[in-house]
Design a protein. Structure first.
Length: 134
């Protein structure tokens, strides 16, 4: 199993420990973004929500379970992208409700947007923010 995090040990350490306990492969990749535009509490709340939600969704699955979180800048926007596999419903199509209200205020505070897509067995959550001016 690979548990990797190349960003903020404060945010990652407890989540990495939780992933190990649950036997979930957790990969967090940050393309050199310091994310200084966010207050620390807001940052921790956002990442806690993303990881807790993913862990809860895949906790009952058997076999290989993984969560992938990528932070990168694309065309002047800071994009936080989380993907994970979910259990398909019997019909193979299921509309999932992601309880994102917990972070909606934070996303609004920084002028961001939330986009959630679920296709068959894959869940994608995108948080997109305008990059702060230099």
């Amino acid at each position: 199993e690979i548990y990797s995090c190349d960003w903020s040990s404060d945010v990652c350490s407890s989540d990495l420990e939780e992933a190990k306990k649950l036997n979930i492969q957790l990969d967090i990749y940050n393309e050199d973004k310091e994310m200084t535009m966010f207050q620390e509490y807001d940052l921790i709340t956002m990442f806690s929500f993303l990881l807790e939600y993913a862990f809860n969704e895949i906790g009952a699955m058997t076999g290989k379970r993984s969560v992938n979180l990528v932070i990168r800048e694309i065309q002047g926007m800071l994009v936080i992208r989380e993907t994970f596999t979910v259990i398909a419903s019997e019909k193979g199509k299921e509309t999932r409700t992601v309880p994102y209200r917990r972070i909606q205020k934070i996303v609004d505070k920084y002028g961001g947007t939330i986009k959630i897509e679920t296709k068959e067995i894959q869940c994608l959550i995108l948080l997109v923010f305008p990059c702060s001016p230099l």
